[in-house]
Ligand binder design. Sequence first.
Ligand SMILES: CSC[C@H]1O[C@H](OP(=O)(O)O)[C@H](O)[C@@H]1O
Length: 380
Amino acid sequence: MQNFLPVLKEAPLNTLTQSQWQRTVWWEEDAQGAIVCLLDQSVLPLQMSVLRLRHEHEVAEAITSLRVRGAPAIGVTAAFGMALAAHRLWHEQGAESPLESAYRSLMQVEALLRATRPTAVNLFWALERMLACLHTAQEERVVETLPQLAHLLTQEALRIAEEDERSCEAMGRLGADLLQDGDSVLTHCNAGSLATAGIGTALAPFYIAHQQGKRLHVFVDETRPVLQGARLTAWELQRAGIPLTLITDNMAGYFMRQGKIKAVFVGADRVAANGDVANKIGTYSVAVLAHVHHIPFYVVAPCSTIDLALETGEQIPIEQRKPEEVTCIRGERIAPLDVPVANPAFDVTPHTYVTAIITDRGIARASYSTSLRQLLAPDA
Ligand SMILES: CSC[C@H]1O[C@H](OP(=O)(O)O)[C@H](O)[C@@H]1O
């Protein structure tokens, strides 16, 4: 059920509670069961629509269709999807339904959610957390009934969401220390509150610096083909009162050469052990341009985005998305019929172009093979 709300300059906040208005993904329960609530990012900024999902298949579709997107946000959403499935089984099969069949069903749900998108490692990190919770419950008989299992999974998913909120704040504070009053910066895609359960990754330093009174100007790459910059980052920054200039992706070099860009801040979908970074397509081009112009290129990513199991970025799977994202804009065709199309959704920036990786546990600098492992060490 979607409730479309007109997006005015300031939408009617009484339509949504202040917290819902700020949030990307959240959890609700009612007499019929549980609900995964999502701000539908596929229709922003022209429409403000809250999706209220009661089935894990709807959650999987929301991730695949980018109604919710952004590495941390899809991890949190998938975790809620696992908990939602447990609540659905409980309400459909009854509180006394045997746990063993529920465990089998939930393993199938995990496989469904795992298959939604291949690049952002947060999705798999969050599902591993939920699987660990499930296996512990099963092997140590932590729970005796399906309602207890549903509650246990819900608490784990809520912890994942709360941890992401805190990690966004931590990255924001560390990143804000790298910003001076009057800085003009550039960002690519959307790595803001819409991409997380908190205030964002790459945009978090801008929000914190703004709160600290530092005057910033943000150049926002529109980020073809899905336009996360034009549609989502511009919307977020405008609502936050942070001055911005929206540019097309092919303008970044022009403004760098004019000396208009002091630093670049981007998010990440997966960081390999050597510091290679997978992020939205076009990030590599921005990184090379920044390198040529001696502009610091910062990656902002929580430790849940770092994949030490992959030695280099060459091993990161790159999602290939449907041609219509390139040949159409909002359903309007802009290219000839049957034209051959390539649509990789991400690229990999070699660590040599990365000035620093700002994480929730600290700032990693080269050599990343050492610094990232130190940050992720259990006793760090
Ligand atoms: C904070 S992660 C944001 C990250 O995710 C985006 O990809 P998508 O919109 O396809 O989910 C993009 O790579 C952002 O940097």
